[in-house]
Design a protein around this ligand. Structure first.
Ligand SMILES: [Fe+2]
Ligand SMILES: [Fe+2]
Length: 270
């Protein structure tokens, strides 16, 4: 179906990076990135450059869903197509802002971590749970605080750009939540796929996450990143052996509360 292969990280199969312009240096760990302390000129350019890159990755992930799941419900495909349009506008507006700030594309290393994980998953529900429901929901918080920081630092233009993006991101998370629920109601195996996705994300994060005190390529001291994805505290066992209650427990811990109302717990179980 696709030319994108897989690579191995400690026994986990990750999807190989999507194509990028030759000007970009693509790295795989936060320690190789150039995120700076503070809000100096270079730090602000790197931040805008990094978010521009993340928007390209969001576009790629949504587009790849359209390619790899041609039989998904039409209305869901339309949502993903609209998301592609939103993300492409986000890329353009951040690129324009980067140029205004004296920067250029390819000025700093980039990573496609969210693609590497999300596109390794083989169901559309798992991808929505990971990219939209987890990564983009997390990005909403980051973008909101960044917009405030730029505002506080006197950079009103960048603050306004980020605020505008935020309005679209809310819809990307919302439509994913709605469709995850709808898909799970139609097919209970979807819940297992999502539980596996959350588990996979936690395992990858454990292997790749920076540890407290590690330095990145420009000497910034990094924090432990393991707390940024849902903590799923279940016994280490093969997912195929999970009972329905255990699957619900994984989803409950990861915040999928609306899927697991108490009356659903025993509904349909023999
Ligand atoms: Fe976006
Ligand atoms: Fe988005």
């Amino acid at each position: 179906m696709s030319e994108y292969g897989y690579f191995d990280i400690g026994g986990l199969q990750m999807r190989e990076e999507p194509a990028r312009d030759a000007c970009f240096k693509v790295v795989r760990r936060d320690t190789e990135m150039h995120e700076h302390e503070g809000l100096g000129d270079e730090a602000r350019r790197e931040m805008v450059h990094r978010h521009m890159s993340n928007e390209i990755t969001s576009l790629d992930i949504a587009a790849q869903c359209l390619i790899e799941f041609p039989d998904a419900p039409w209305d869901l495909r339309m949502e993903l197509a609209r998301q592609c349009w939103d993300e492409s506008r986000h890329v353009m507006v951040l690129h324009r802002r980067l140029i205004e700030m004296g920067g250029q594309k390819g000025e700093f290393p980039i990573a496609t971590f969210e693609w590497n994980i999300t596109c390794a998953l083989d169901s559309i529900a798992a991808r929505l749970a990971t990219q939209n429901r987890t990564f983009e929901a997390g990005a909403m918080d980051v973008v909101k605080s960044l917009a405030r920081a730029f505002h506080g630092g006197g950079d009103e233009e960048t603050s306004a750009v980020l605020d505008g993006i935020l309005a679209d991101e809310i819809q990307h998370v919302r439509f994913a939540n709605r469709w995850i629920k709808r898909l799970a109601q139609g097919d209970r195996r979807v819940l297992l796929k999502m539980a596996m996705a959350i588990r996979f994300l936690a395992e990858v994060n454990e292997k790749l996450a920076t540890r407290d005190g590690e330095l990145n390529a420009v000497g910034k001291r990094l924090k432990d990143a393991r707390d940024t994805v849902p903590a799923v505290n279940i016994e280490d066992r093969k997912l195929a052996e999970f009972s329905e209650e255990e699957i619900f427990e994984i989803l409950r811990q990861a915040g999928f509360k609306s899927l697991i109302a108490d009356d659903q717990l025993h509904e349909g179980t023999p």
